[in-house]
Write a protein that binds this ligand. Structure first.
Ligand code: NAD
Ligand code: WQD
Length: 337
């Protein structure tokens, strides 16, 4: 089978490419390189011995994308903007890129008679917890434009399926993906100052920042800091292979990809220090606007439907992150062509 992967040159996409290539799929990566890395695509050959086709293009260029996906059997749709804070400042960019881009993708899929889709959604669609752990039936009430784009796209997919029951759709709601491929050849290397906790901690360990700002220690959690469900990127990527395999019958199914285990900010600080052998100095500062105290997944549906569950530990996540971060000094990231 040949899989068309939008956003496949990004952090999550490259790790999915590894798992697909190693499982025997052929892949076409379609990416505008706005945050993707051609080096990461080149590393796929080193890691897997196989090559991926990379076509540089924007998902909003429907004609180019339709041509690029010709002959593919299914789509994994990752392309999009994903920074919550930025989405508050630039909502039109997020609706244009994520929602308009997805409409172009779906029309291109229809034109090619491709009706098998894995969509990259986010636990952010759940918003403030009514009940924890988050199950797929939790109310969908995102509180930021980014999360709202994900919900709008999910609703588009549900309406599409109800209009044409030939569609086979799985909506994967990721919790907090972290870590890197054990080879250390691909991983998360954000442009600029990282918004997310794990890459920021990794950069403190690497000496790029003097200390970590801990956004509040007055939450109703065991140590007062925010609790999240961190999932190793390789576990997450393998969940996508399982999702493709589950798409044998028409459906439109949302499924959480998480571990079901929450860890606090200070849990990560301690685990990363143990894994890297580095001190991680930190300062407690006021809460970050929009942050939720804690959330974590009910992962049981993924186990039931995908026969998949996360297996890597927090130590694996920290060790693999540090292994990748340590190598970044040798190969500066170059985004774009
Ligand atoms: P990323 O920025 O590393 O990857 C996104 C990729 O999409 C990049 O390579 C970028 O160049 C490409 N892209 C963006 N807009 C595009 C466009 N208009 N046309 C073509 N390519 C475009 O981000 P990521 O962390 O790998 O996230 C991938 C997907 O997973 C996103 O949809 C994101 O919303 C979702 N997600 C991420 C997280 C997370 O914490 N990283 C959590 C939940 C969901
Ligand atoms: C985790 C915890 C912070 C940075 C975000 C998006 C979500 C998804 C995953 C796309 C929180 C604390 C963080 C720092 C800190 N992305 N923190 N100091 O906010 O759970 O989720 O990424 O879909 O949509 O919202 O992840 O890593 O930013 O924060 O104390 O420098 O770490 O307060 O408790 P988050 P995060």
């Amino acid at each position: 089978m040949k899989i068309f992967i939008t956003g496949g040159a990004g952090y999550i996409g490259t790790h999915i490419c590894v798992e697909l290539l190693q499982t025997g799929y052929d892949i076409v990566v379609y990416d505008n390189l706005s945050n993707g890395s051609t080096e990461a695509i080149h590393q796929l050959k080193t890691i897997t011995g196989k090559t991926a086709v990379l076509i540089i293009g924007d998902i909003r260029d429907e004609a180019r994308m339709s041509e690029a996906m010709r002959g593919c059997d299914a789509v994994i749709h990752l392309a999009g903007l994903k920074a919550v804070g930025e989405s508050v400042e630039k909502p039109l960019d997020y609706y244009d890129n994520n929602v308009h881009g997805t409409l172009c993708l779906l029309r291109a899929m229809q034109a090619n008679n491709i009706k098998t889709l894995v969509f990259s959604s986010s636990a952010t669609v759940y918003g403030d917890p009514v009940k924890l752990p988050f199950s797929e039936s939790h109310p969908l009430q995102p509180t930021n434009p980014y999360g709202k784009t994900k919900l709008v796209i999910e609703d588009i997919l549900r309406d599409l399926y109800h209009s044409d029951s030939k569609w086979k759709i799985v909506i994967l709601r990721y919790f907090n993906p972290v870590g890197a491929h054990p080879s250390g050849l691909i991983g998360e290397d954000p442009l600029g100052i990282p918004n997310n906790l794990m890459p920021f901690i990794a950069q403190v360990a690497a000496g790029k920042h003097k200390f970590l700002n801990v956004y509040g220690d007055d939450y109703p959690t065991p140590d007062g800091t925010g609790v999240r469900d961190y999932i190793h990127i390789v576990d997450l990527a393998q969940g996508h292979v399982k999702a493709l395999e589950a798409l044998s019958v028409p459906q439109c199914t949302p499924i959480n990809l998480g571990t079901g285990q929450g860890y606090s900010v200070l849990d990560l600080v301690k685990a990363f220090s143990n894994a890297s052998g580095k001190e991680i100095p930190y300062e407690i500062v006021p809460r970050r606007a929009g942050d939720i105290a804690e959330f974590y997944a009910d992962p049981s549906l993924a186990q039931k439907i995908l026969k998949w569950s996360a297996s890597k530990t927090l130590d694996d996540m920290c060790r693999d992150t540090w292994n990748f971060q340590s190598k970044i000094k040798c190969v500066p990231k170059s985004v774009g062509k």
